[in-house]
Design a protein around this ligand. Structure first.
Ligand code: ADP
Ligand code: MG
Length: 704
């Protein structure tokens, strides 16, 4: 971790048999890997350790006191010992068959550490045949040389372990796995720490107010009074600093690159366009346009993130930026996550430009275009004919070469990774890095902005253009059939009033899928209305046709998958019905909901669900229905997702980079680390580079 590695092999340091068991159960091979296996809890003089969150089948370890117990003989003649163990938060029942040791040792009043698989029987947690060791009362000697202490004695003399167990203020409780007990782990880690000389501080100074790394690593495993908090803080700080250094280095790198300076021209397409805008810009838009304009005039690359609620009008801001680059003789590329959106953008921008009578040329490039059209597009791009190129991932391919790329716009940033936007930026002229504007409607919580986007300046559009309508959201539970019927009725009413509706399904085939829903609605529920369908398995051309037809009012109801999630703009659509909404994440629901409420009419979002009230999924939908504030929802999203997901797949396995840091709760630490990282890169760049060796950048928002 962060400048420290102990590559000694476990099998060379630990007794070979124990090393083999640990490697088999956890996959750890080196000393530092095992020392980074942190306790998941501590028992402080026998106090509470919770198993409340353990699911059926989880391996748990806990420390408690035997409350009652006894041994009976079953009909088949086996001896069955049952004991109830109180662990502070509740009770667990442990059962043993023919265990002489359990019968003899687990008498009422005994303090014990047990480890086994949880089963729930009538709501009571049970451990069947758990492994256990009897603990001494604080200050007392443990029972001599019996029971599972033998597990520990692989690492040290029994006397030493007796000492250890009776003297520890905090007994570390490790995440156990089948094949290795929590106390075996304790013995192994103790042994390693005893055989590791003092670790030199990997940073050039010990961070203010925190212990040295060496002290922290020892104390997180075997804390003394007043407890492990400071040690945990220090390890978390290291994790935060690692992420922050990746960002700070990236920032320093781009700042040093050469970009095409594109100062705003006094005349040209930008000024012409601004003179003929179809609507006045909101104050927020004006401010962002100004910031971007100043950035583009510089000869180092703009790195800007524009976040703004769905419908806040980011596209026109991007267009104005692109026109500035075009006036300076450069080309612009706009990356969109779906073909539908790319085509819609191309159509929208072309309309705006030709309405203003401007000669600017817009070219589309998507994967499903015919070879002939693609060849023509590529030709326009390389010859410089094309001013604005809009496309999907197809834009990133090697065959795409620009004449002179000056600005890259990435729409719906959360669908792309850092590598992808960097690949597109690599298409500038030799030695030139194009300016970058990334846009997102998924608000980014502050900690995430710091850890994942610290290399970007952030602009935020908070207000929606005037005339936008509130969206009212309701949950429609499947178990109330009349609510479902009422929901269809509402769609009928909206259509009768001249409006249109989206019906989104979580899948294409099968129950509740697009095909089934399309059949249901077109044949049974709304035989008299125009129902269309749209999904990812249709060809690009089919999708275009259906979408264009719906946008033009040619159909009333569009049954679709989430292909319509991002960016689709049909102001006349006023109802969004989401089937089995529990299948979608909070941000995704918010995005989907943003497809309505884009015109002058009041809009409605219906979250259908097959879940029962008071389940977490149902409550999540209720929370989404309760607010349209994207920032609030982004926080909710972060809380309801596993942090593992948040950080993406790079985080799985034994090489996890962030084990303790919480992106939700450790805001201050992350902020501090961000400041320190910038300073460290400026002060000692070679050290910063050495520290992050092996740490990859974080991509917060999952790509799909
Ligand atoms: P998003 O930020 O979600 O990408 P869009 O850029 O698609 O939003 O804008 C949504 C709609 O609002 C578009 O039809 C756009 O023309 C319109 N719009 C943008 N800015 C304004 C404005 N200042 N006043 C009125 N309408 C606007
Ligand atoms: Mg958009």
């Amino acid at each position: 971790m962060l400048g420290w590695e102990d590559a000694r092999l476990l099998k060379d340091v630990l007794p070979a048999k124990e090393a083999a068991k640990i490697t088999k159960a956890f996959g750890y091979a080196t000393v530092s890997e095992l020392l980074m296996h942190f306790p998941r809890a501590y028992s402080h003089h026998g106090s509470a350790v919770s198993i409340e969150n353990a699911a059926e089948g989880d391996q748990v370890t806990l420390i408690g006191t035997v409350m009652s117990g006894g041994t009976i003989r079953t009909k088949t003649g086996k001896k069955l010992t049952k004991v109830r163990i109180y662990y502070g938060m509740g009770e667990v029942e442990a059962t043993f068959f023919n265990s002489w040791l359990a019968e003899k040792q687990l008498v009422t009043g005994t303090n014990v550490m047990v480890s086994g698989k949880v089963k729930y029987f009538r709501g009571v947690a049970e451990l069947s045949q758990p492994a256990f060791i009897v603990l001494p009362q604080p200050g007392e000697k443990p029972k001599r040389g019996v029971g599972k202490l033998r597990d520990l004695s692989a690492f040290a003399s029994v006397e030493e372990l007796e000492e250890l167990l009776s003297e520890l203020d905090y007994i570390p409780i490790y995440p156990a796995r089948k094949g290795y007990t929590a106390w075996g782990m304790m013995g192994a880690i103790k042994f390693l720490l005893d055989n590791t000389p003092e670790i030199a501080e990997p940073l050039d100074t010990i961070p203010a107010g925190l212990p040295s790394f060496d002290a922290a690593l020892r104390a997180i495993h075997f804390p003394e009074e007043p407890g492990p908090e400071q040690a945990i803080e220090r390890i978390k700080y290291n994790e935060a600093l690692g992420l922050a250094l990746v960002m700070a280095l990236r920032h320093a790198d781009t700042a040093a690159q050469q970009a095409p300076a594109c100062p705003a021209a006094d005349d040209g397409v930008r000024v012409d366009f601004l003179g003929q805008l179809p609507f006045p810009l909101t104050a927020g838009q004006q401010e962002v346009v100004g910031d971007i304009s100043a950035d583009l005039a510089e000869s180092h690359p703009m790195q800007r993130l524009l976040q703004g609620e769905v419908g806040s009008g980011k596209t026109v801001v991007a267009l104005i930026a692109m026109l500035q680059a075009i006036d300076a003789g450069r080309q612009c590329a706009m990356l969109a996550p779906t073909e539908v959106l790319a085509v819609q953008h191309a159509r929208g921008l072309t309309e705006m430009l030709s309405a203003a009578g401007l000669p600017t040329s817009v070219v589309v490039l998507t994967g499903s275009m015919s070879t002939a059209r693609k060849r023509q597009a590529l030709l326009d791009i390389i010859s410089g004919q094309a001013d604005i190129v809009i496309g999907t991932h197809a834009l990133i391919q090697d065959s795409v070469e620009f004449f002179d790329l000056g600005l890259v716009v990435v729409d719906e940033q959360h669908r792309f990774g850092v590598e992808q936007r960097d690949q597109l930026r690599g298409k500038g002229r030799e030695g030139i890095t194009p300016h970058l504007l990334v846009m997102t409607a998924t608000p980014i919580p502050r900690t995430i902005a710091l850890t994942s986007f610290a290399d970007l300046a952030v602009s935020t559009l908070r207000e929606l253009p005037r005339g936008r309508q509130e969206i009212q959201t309701s949950v429609v539970p499947e178990f109330k059939p009349d609510w479902v019927a009422r929901a269809w009725e509402r769609i009928r009413e909206e259509v009768a009033a001249g409006r249109q509706a989206f019906v989104v399904c979580p899948r294409i085939e099968g129950e509740g899928g697009v095909e089934e829903t399309f059949a249901l609605l077109s044949q049974q529920v709304f035989p008299e209305l125009g129902v269309a369908k749209l999904h990812g398995r249709m060809s690009g051309e089919e999708k275009d046709t259906v979408m264009a037809d719906f946008a033009a009012g040619g159909s009333d109801i569009l049954v679709a998958t989430t292909v319509i999630e991002v960016g689709i703009n049909v102001p006349n659509a006023t109802v969004m019905y989401i089937r089995e909404a529990q299948n979608f994440g909070v941000s995704q629901l918010h995005q989907l909901r943003g497809r309505v409420g884009r015109g002058e009419h009041k809009s409605l979002c219906l979250l259908h669900t097959t879940m029962e009230p008071s389940t977490p999924s149902y409550e999540r939908l209720v929370a989404v229905a309760a607010t349209t504030d994207g920032f609030e929802l982004a926080e909710l999203d972060l809380r309801t997702r596993q942090e593992g997901d948040v950080l993406g797949t790079a985080q799985s396995g034994t090489r996890k980079q962030v084990k303790l840091l919480s992106l939700i709760y450790d805001t201050e630490l992350i902020q501090q680390a961000t400041v320190d990282a910038e300073a460290l890169v400026a002060r000692n760049r070679p050290l910063a580079e050495r520290l992050v060796k092996g740490i990859e950048g974080q991509d917060y928002l999952e790509k799909s």
